[in-house]
Design a protein around this ligand. Structure first.
Ligand code: NAD
Length: 337
């Protein structure tokens, strides 16, 4: 069994821990936290050994009645791989810790691409992560764009991508985020950082992205225009996407008219935390005009990178090829709405 350490047990970390636990070939060695909040409490309830991420704060856990299994150093030393799911920029600070114990590390999309050897998306460049010591699982938006672009490139060739990303202001638990009643060009400069980030996956791709922020917490929404290298029928693109396990085509008859109903559907379907691991593409929106393809897709920021982290673990350790890993992850999590 692959022993996985998870450093940072927040929005992404707790989901990755549950996903790792569901795999037949890996287990959660422990999770590290900085403070004894509600997530620390549930980690213990779920039976994940809890480690103190910051030595000076270890006493806070004891005071809150939570048992600590050890320090983050011990956790990292004993693990085969560590998933760093700390807030943006903290992963970079933790790099030397992982190097000290020679434990391969996966970082999240909030870290800079130049921190790592490889930026990763399972569908697009799984093999590039083999034996890498530092791998970045790209952000929710970059993951969502990459999953669509990879099959289009393989099948038709892509001349140009233009994407407008309408981004949720914060996650449901991020009470400090905004806007509360506004629509922000964000960043106001063009292109947004998302396009260059997608180029860390496809280095020869021509892509421009524009970002906005809106007062929503449920999901991001992408409005996508891809100029293909050949004229294609929309029906063919729908068929191509239907074969991709991490693309969910929302059928018209479901009457899912926005991210609220999409989340409601995920909850009704029994998804943990109402997670939508797949890109949710409105099937009727898939349209072509000559070589131009258009579509709308919903991206659940809190969960689409979770299966990617699981695959990245197998990729860096050389435990499976892309197809095997994606299949195992999809099957165990129940991906494919
Ligand atoms: P979060 O704030 O929900 O969770 C981070 C956790 O790390 C918190 O529990 C925090 O207490 C803990 N932490 C802080 N400092 C630490 C340290 N020094 N050592 C160990 N733990 C520490 O953040 P998140 O949303 O899970 O984001 C984590 C990473 O994932 C970021 O790089 C982010 O950009 C990326 N990401 C976030 C989303 C999203 O929408 N939430 C989507 C994709 C990628």
């Amino acid at each position: 069994m692959i022993q996985v350490a998870i450093n940072g047990y927040g929005t992404i970390g707790k989901r990755v821990a549950d996903a790792v636990r569901a795999q037949p070939d890996m287990e959660v060695l422990g999770v590290a936290k900085t403070r004894p909040n509600f997530e620390a409490e549930t980690a213990i309830e779920k039976g994940f050994p809890l480690y103190a991420a910051i030595e000076e704060r270890e006493h806070l856990f004891g005071e809150a009645g939570l048992d600590i299994a050890g320090s983050v150093d011990e956790l990292v030393a004993d693990a085969d791989v560590v998933v760093d799911a700390t807030p943006s920029g903290i992963g970079a600070e933790n790099k030397s810790l992982y190097e000290e114990y020679e434990t391969p590390a996966l970082y999240q999309g909030g870290e800079d691409a130049d921190l790592v050897d490889v930026s990763f998306n399972a569908r697009s460049n799984f093999e590039e992560a083999a034996a890498a010591d530092h791998v970045r699982v790209v952000s929710c938006n970059t993951t969502g764009l990459s999953r669509v672009i990879a099959p289009l490139r393989e099948e038709y060739g892509v001349e140009k991508v233009r994407a407008t990303l309408v981004r949720r202001g914060g996650d449901p638990g991020q009470t400090s985020r905004g806007p509360i009643n506004d629509i922000l060009p964000n960043p106001v400069t063009i292109p947004s950082h998302h396009g260059p980030d997608v180029e860390t996956i496809f280095d020869d791709l021509d892509i421009d992205t524009l970002g906005m922020k809106v007062p929503a917490t449920l999901m991001h929404m992408h409005s996508l225009n891809v100029t293909l290298e050949e004229e294609v029928d929309a029906a063919d693109v729908r068929e191509l996407f239907a074969d991709e396990s991490r693309l969910f085509l929302i059928p018209e008859h479901m009457a899912i008219d926005g991210s609220g109903k999409l989340k409601e559907y995920a909850l009704d379907a029994g998804r943990p935390r109402g997670d939508v691991w797949e890109n949710a593409i409105w099937e009727e929106s898939i349209s072509t005009v000559g070589r131009d393809l258009y579509l709308f897709q919903g991206i659940h920021q809190e969960s689409d990178v979770v299966p990617e982290n699981v695959d990245a673990i197998r990729a860096v350790l050389g435990e499976a090829d892309a197809e095997e890993s994606i299949e195992t992850t999809d099957e165990t999590l129940g991906i494919g709405l």
